[in-house]
Design a protein around this ligand. Structure first.
Ligand code: HEM
Length: 235
């Protein structure tokens, strides 16, 4: 089933307001101590526990950056139009392996993608790696292919983090070029197959990869700052 969302649902808990709400509650009991980076990392851990029923250790002590720029963030993260080799290279640049890449991609069992992120796979002709029936459904819910609509990443159990993502990939029912790319090489495809077949083994790999990712380029000690509000730097 494909659920279609409007791009900006009126959700009072969306975006930075939700994070600032958590931050305000923490500040009430422990002012100036807990960074927004830690709050976000713990929120991700707890979301996984709630959605998928497993957890992993997230050390605390991160400090927040003293710059806040969407442009600099986006230049460091992989594009949905990347090939497998480009994905591998971009993860390697953060000391993440092919194992980590495939394990973490399972996060696309939840959440949404805007039509603009995968319209390239629908027009002018449907990507042959897409299940034709699924491609037709996607074309119908994304007539303009723009960012005004979003679709669940997973057509099955879209609110549960699970290894369903890998079964979707094998069935040609993943949205992004970068998702489908995992089946274009032997090493990544073998990991997709293994993760589809063994939910428990995938959970262990995902948990380890999340813990690893949570340690990338962390500011500690006197570096950075503890922000007062999470969406802006203190100065
Ligand atoms: C492998 C490289 C990756 C690429 C190219 C990628 C790209 C994307 C794109 C384009 C979207 C849709 C954004 C939108 O249209 O709103 C998305 C959604 C999402 N991604 Fe990834 N992603 C990658 C890896 C990851 C990883 C490692 C995680 C977490 C472990 C992750 C978690 C998510 C989640 C949860 C969503 C849904 C967000 C929402 O519902 O608003 N992704 N990703």
């Amino acid at each position: 089933m494909i659920r279609r969302f409007s791009a900006n649902p009126p959700d009072p808990f969306s975006g930075y307001e939700a994070v600032n709400k958590i931050k305000a509650a923490v500040e009430d009991v422990c002012p100036g101590k807990v960074s927004c980076a830690d709050i976000l990392a713990f929120a991700v851990r707890d979301s996984v526990a709630r959605s998928a029923g497993f957890t992993f250790p997230i050390p605390s002590g991160r400090r927040d950056g003293t710059a806040s720029s969407a442009i600099s963030v986006f230049s460091g993260i992989p594009s949905p139009f990347f090939s497998a080799q480009q994905l591998i290279d971009s993860f390697a640049a953060k000391n993440l392996s092919v194992d980590h890449l495939v394990a973490l991609s399972g996060a696309h069992s939840v959440g949404v993608a805007h039509c603009s992120a995968f319209a390239n796979r629908l027009r002018p002709t449907a990507d042959p790696a897409l299940d034709p029936a699924y491609a037709a459904q996607l074309s119908a819910v994304c007539p303009g292919g723009g960012a005004d609509r979003a679709v669940n990443n997973s057509p099955v159990a879209p609110d549960t983090l699970s290894n369903q993502y890998y079964r979707n990939a094998l069935a040609g029912r993943v949205l992004l070029t970068s998702d489908a790319a995992l089946l274009t090489r032997g090493d990544t495809a073998a990991r997709v197959n293994a993760s589809a077949a063994d939910a428990t083994a995938w959970m262990a790999r995902f948990a380890a990869a999340m813990a690893r990712m949570a340690g990338i380029e962390v500011l500690t000690g006197a570096q950075g700052e503890v922000r007062r509000l999470c969406n802006v730097t203190n100065n």
